[in-house]
Design a protein around this ligand. Structure first.
Ligand SMILES: C[S@@+](CC[C@H](N)C(=O)[O-])C[C@H]1O[C@@H](n2cnc3c(N)ncnc32)[C@H](O)[C@@H]1O
Length: 206
């Protein structure tokens, strides 16, 4: 199997310095669409602790912290992305380098776990989802927004293009496939919507 994590780490370490400024396809237009949508969804919900998995430069946490004080944590594979996140000095936010499928947090720790435009990079998606489930409190929300397709397009991406791509893209799927995966992981799916183009949002409740 290709070293998807190694490729993602290298790719996003190279992107880190320009990631926030650019607003083009891939970086970081989709991320901003997903993050703004997640922030809007969370605006009137009750929560006080949040983990953003694959947080990149901390864009989502920065956005959320402008509206609400809370216990914020962000984790990402690429140390340069985390360096940019830390440099923003976001109050109440802690950022660590780490892997989505080995979260360094206690069980039942967070009210919300978010994952924006990162899940399709994970070589071990079931384990990453199980980890999100583990660290969520009972009744907590897992909000996953990503870009993905199904059918022949997904087959071509997953079996041909991603095997050649340099950016660590590993496995794409559509929102229905993510919803099924969430159900198998033990979540109750409370929301499954297409946001814009191929960008979707699926929400599971523990
Ligand atoms: C397209 S960026 C999205 C960043 C941010 N969430 C956003 O929406 O702007 C994908 C991020 O996922 C991270 N990533 C990829 N594989 C990962 C893994 N296995 N564990 C944790 N983070 C990972 C990358 O380093 C990168 O920062």
């Amino acid at each position: 199997m290709r070293d998807y994590e190694g490729l993602s780490r290298k790719h996003f370490n190279q992107q880190a310095a320009v990631y926030d400024e650019k607003n083009t396809v891939y970086y970081s237009r989709e991320g901003k669409i997903s993050c703004r949508n997640i922030a809007e969804y969370l605006r009137d919900k009750e929560w006080s602790s949040l983990l953003d998995v694959g947080c990149g430069t901390g864009w989502l946490i920065d956005l959320l912290r402008k509206e609400r004080m809370a216990d914020y944590h962000g984790l990402d594979l690429a140390e340069n992305m985390i360096e940019v996140a830390v440099s923003k000095n976001i109050p109440d936010a802690q950022f660590v380098v780490g892997k989505a499928d080995e979260l360094p947090y206690d069980n039942d720790r967070f009210d919300v776990v978010t994952c924006s435009q990162s899940f399709h990079h994970y070589p071990n998606q079931n384990k990453a989802m199980a980890e999100a489930y583990r660290v969520l409190k009972k009744g907590g929300l897992y909000i996953l927004s990503d870009t993905g397709i199904g059918g022949v397009g997904a087959w071509l991406d997953n079996h041909i293009f991603f095997k050649l791509a340099p950016g660590g893209d590993c496995y794409t799927q559509n929102r229905k496939s993510i919803a099924k995966r969430m159900q198998r992981a033990g979540f109750t799916v409370i929301d499954c919507v297409q946001l814009q183009g191929m960008i979707y949002r699926v929400i599971g409740k523990k």
